[in-house]
Design a protein. Structure first.
Length: 34
């Protein structure tokens, strides 16, 4: 996914932000498990 796709489509950029937040939460959970 390129930056042009994120800036060119506000709807997809919003989904990207939601996915990034979910990924951060999963990473934190993995770190606490280790």
């Amino acid at each position: 996914m390129s930056i042009n796709e994120k800036t060119g489509n506000p709807g997809s950029s919003r989904e990207m932000e939601e996915l990034e937040s979910k990924i951060e939460q999963l990473e934190k959970e993995l770190m606490t498990e280790k």
